[in-house]
Design a binder for this molecule. Structure first.
Ligand SMILES: [Zn+2]
Length: 279
């Protein structure tokens, strides 16, 4: 299966967002007040040339995000916690065309979650079927959603995603899952933590499972360390998700691809499984 890593600009966050410090609400505060920034990290999206149609995982960020007033002024996270660099040519639409693919030919867009740097490129896909977990969609609506890092006021007016309700069909260590393709080789699994309705995408490619992780962690090392990020609201839930993924990579050859891991594209190209994976 041909799979493309498409980088839609870059983002810098606080070190303590990558790896949280403290408990409860203090974690969020510690993250915001941290004086140390990460390097600029990629904002990856993924394009899967599947026999049943083109699948895009996350839509990345829009160049509009670099304009003043794009983010709500009253949410301190957008003022204090994040810096983004996105050119118009970085957006997912132009990048698909540059690869000889058309956004209009995309069958499914799967959003791991609705944070701005994953949903910012939605406007390029008016003809695709878009999938979001039911829980994520409910939490991202309205002013409450803007508090949580979503920007529903910028969603296209036509945005009416298929709301994914997971079934009691186990997938490896995950007790629930949602089969996307008829072939059964693309499966969505709930990975709550970073957001309450976060999900990840598992693609079976020969003997290897490619795990499009969204923001379950900011790198493969942090997954293996079981390090919960500094924005997850429920640490125990996030911990359980990391545990499930660790279990998966221990029992199945898995390429683990977080959206903001600078190593993700090279690991995808080499189909490099997580070290320690049973092969
Ligand atoms: Zn996120």
């Amino acid at each position: 299966m041909r799979i493309h890593a498409v980088q839609t600009g870059q983002v810098a966050i606080k070190e303590r967002q990558r790896q949280g410090v403290g408990r409860g609400i203090a974690r969020q505060v510690n993250t915001l007040l941290d004086s140390r920034w990460t390097d600029f990290l990629p904002i990856y999206t993924w394009v899967i040339e599947h026999p049943e149609g083109l699948i895009v995982v996350d839509t990345g960020e829009t160049a509009r995000a670099t304009q003043p007033d794009y983010f709500p002024w009253w949410n301190p996270y957008f003022r204090l916690g994040v810096r983004e660099q996105v050119q118009p040519t970085d957006e997912i639409g132009p990048q698909l065309r540059a690869r000889g693919l058309s956004p209009d030919d995309v069958r499914w867009v799967v959003l791991t979650h609705l944070h701005t740097d994953h949903a910012g490129g939605l406007a390029h896909f008016p003809h695709a079927e878009i999938l979001v977990s039911r829980r994520e969609y409910a939490a991202a609506a309205g002013v409450a959603g803007q508090f949580r890092g979503a920007l529903p006021q910028h969603w296209p007016s036509w945005f009416a995603p298929r709301l994914v309700q997971f079934h009691a069909q186990p997938f490896g260590p995950f007790r629930q899952s949602y089969r996307l393709t008829n072939a059964g080789d693309v499966t969505l699994v709930p990975t709550p933590g970073h957001t309450g309705g976060h999900m990840s995408v598992c693609v079976q490619d020969g003997d290897v499972t490619i795990f499009f992780a969204g923001d379950t962690s900011y790198s493969e090392q942090l997954l293996l360390a079981g390090a919960v990020d500094g924005v997850s609201f429920d640490q125990a839930v996030a911990q359980q998700t990391l545990h499930n993924i660790q279990q998966l990579v221990r029992t199945t050859p898995t390429v683990y691809l977080p959206s903001h891991d600078p190593g993700s594209a090279a690991r995808l190209a080499a189909r490099q499984c997580v070290v320690g994976t049973a092969i």
